[in-house]
Design a protein around this ligand. Structure first.
Ligand code: B12
Ligand code: SF4
Length: 479
């Protein structure tokens, strides 16, 4: 069975891709689950010359086309599957979107099978020829009828996961903020209740971890020129003891001399444990991504973030005191926030001294409480479907009681302009760091080197050009 696994294109190289180009960890892991099978990985974010015509030619060499699918990529995924179907090749789709909305297989007959939830074991059984009705977590179409098999229980021990088959891709184009980068996953899931989030749904509010020893083993197998490791876990810092042990092993193996580390963390963890921030920095962590979402307490409470504004303040402070940069991610259009509140948030982002920010419009992802509420209250079109939405389309999907979709879109652009266009803020931050981030820290040297590039690319190539970028991706794909 010869399989081609595809990562659909995001406007890489033009937009977000001028800042981040991330290796397709999920596809490499799936390939790792079937070492005895021939699998190729096609990442359309780096193989930019691939239009739909060229795909059609290539697909003829394969027995199965597998595609990973986020909600934002569904439309492209359907186009890719339709090309495969034209050639009579079976299609398999996995990832967050089909797992949270398995109805997609019923709505689109270019999809023959979907893998719901964790994919490694289901994919292995399928390729090894197990009869489809016996494969847990699989939905499939047979003689025009769709069958949804029972869910597959989550793997109990994450150390049993295969190692990713990194040799299947050329590591060279992948970067985070222009440093050659790789992605490692050390845990899966999240037990918190944030009502807009689909990670908790996908993993059914469970949280599992790999052992620190296994994490080190994976660090040893990243491609040789990689300088920065991004830990893809949603909550790397949830278990303090584990973080300390990982840091201890990183230092013992001197991997902190080889890599810089970036992770996603939860505000409350780094607010409550300043010693964790210190330990992380000593082990080479230079930056944390925080899902801050809002700087208004009422909005934080309403979305069940589970922490206070004071925690955000002490989290940023703890990170800075210990030499770690803070990348805050915010939602524009939180329920209960007015235009005035949002503008106040823009000011506070700087008052609280965030080093980088990114903002996203409030988005009703399938399966979330937010989507249920938005549907019930008429905040989104009843007949909205992700299949119609172009990747990267900038007009938000839903309005809120206080903000129209157009206003959310305007505030989104304003957020980037107000933060990154303030040159004085960055001169102060990176030229005269005033004791928060020490001048000698790795984080400081790294960011100062790249700050200008980041701001220039972020603004000129992404924020101001979003609509054009979207059109370019589609034009390219269709030729
Ligand atoms: C790292 C990351 C990124 C990286 C890209 C990663 C990459 N190239 O793989 C970057 C920073 C670029 C990114 C960008 C975006 N991301 Co992102 N990202 C993540 C994150 C944190 C980790 C992804 C990961 O590697 N997970 C580990 C792998 C192993 O898990 P997995 O992808 O789920 O794959 C498993 C199964 O789903 C399944 N599977 C997946 N694909 C397939 C395919 C087949 C054929 C099969 C059989 C099985 C299968 O098997 C895999 C192994 O078990 C996730 C959150 C998360 N916990 O996963 C968000 C997440 C996936 N991202 C999300 C979003 C919204 C985005 C953006 C739209 C954000 C934005 N506004 O720009 C963009 C869109 C990018 C795009 N291509 O469209 C959402 C998706 C929600 C949804 N319903 O689609 C998530 C869940 C975050 C969240 N909390 O909501 N992202
Ligand atoms: S936003 Fe973060 S903390 Fe909240 S449920 Fe999702 S992954 Fe967990």
């Amino acid at each position: 069975m010869k399989t081609l696994l595809i990562y659909p294109p995001f406007p890489y190289g033009k937009g977000m891709g001028s800042i981040i180009c991330s290796p397709p960890l999920n596809l490499l892991l799936l390939a790792g689950a079937v070492p005895e099978h021939e699998v190729d990985v096609l990442d359309l974010n780096v193989n930019k010359s691939y239009g739909f015509n060229k795909m059609e030619e290539k697909f003829g060499n394969y027995d199965l086309i597998g595609v990973t699918c986020m909600s934002s990529t569904l439309r492209l995924v359907l186009q890719i599957c339709s090309i495969a179907k034209k050639k009579g090749i079976p299609t398999l789709v996995g990832g967050f979107h089909p797992s949270l909305d398995p109805q997609v297989i019923e709505d689109h007959d270019c999809i023959d099978m979907i893998v719901r939830g964790e994919g490694e074991e289901t994919f292995r059984e399928l390729l090894n020829g197990k009869p489809k009705p016996e494969i847990l977590g699989l939905s499939y179409r047979e003689n025009g009828t769709v069958h949804h098999n029972p869910d597959r229980p989550f793997l109990k021990n994450l150390n049993e996961l295969p190692l990713s088959r990194n040799e299947l891709i050329n590591p060279q184009p992948y970067h985070y903020l222009w440093l050659p980068a790789w992605v490692i996953e050390t845990s899966r899931g999240c037990s918190f209740q944030c009502d807009f989030c689909c990670v908790n749904q996908f993993y059914n509010w469970t949280y599992r971890t790999k052992t620190p020893e296994r994490v080190i083993q994976e660090l040893y197998q990243v491609p040789s020129d990689v300088k920065l490791i991004f830990f893809a876990d949603d909550n790397f810092t949830l278990n303090k003891k584990r973080v300390f042990r990982i840091c201890e092993l990183i230092k013992k193996t001197r991997l902190n001399k080889k890599f810089l580390f970036v992770c996603q963390a939860r505000v409350a963890d780094l607010a409550d444990h300043p010693d964790m921030a210190r330990e992380m920095h000593e082990s080479g962590f230079v930056c944390v991504f925080l899902g801050v979402e809002s700087l208004k307490q009422m909005a934080l409470d309403r979305m069940n973030k589970g922490y206070s504004l004071e925690k955000i303040i002490s989290c940023v402070d703890n990170c800075h005191k210990n030499g770690i940069l803070v990348f805050g991610s915010f939602i524009i259009g939180n329920i209960g926030e007015t235009e005035k509140d949002t503008r106040k948030t823009f000011k506070m982002m700087k008052l609280l001294d965030f080093d980088f920010i990114m903002t996203m419009p409030i988005t009703p992802f399938p399966g979330t409480n937010l989507t249920k509420e938005a549907m019930e209250k008429g905040w989104m079109e009843k007949d909205f479907t992700w299949a119609d939405r172009k990747i990267g389309e900038s007009i938000p999907i839903m309005k809120t009681p206080d903000l129209t979709r157009k206003k959310i879109q305007e505030l989104l652009s304003e957020s980037y302009r107000s933060f990154y266009n303030d040159i004085k803020y960055f001169i102060k931050k990176f030229a005269f760091p005033s004791g928060t981030i020490s001048r000698n820290s790795k984080s400081f040297k790294w960011t100062r080197k790249y700050a200008f590039k980041f701001i220039k690319n972020g603004l000129t190539r992404f924020v101001f050009r979003l609509e054009t970028i979207v059109d370019e991706v589609y034009e390219k794909a269709e030729t």
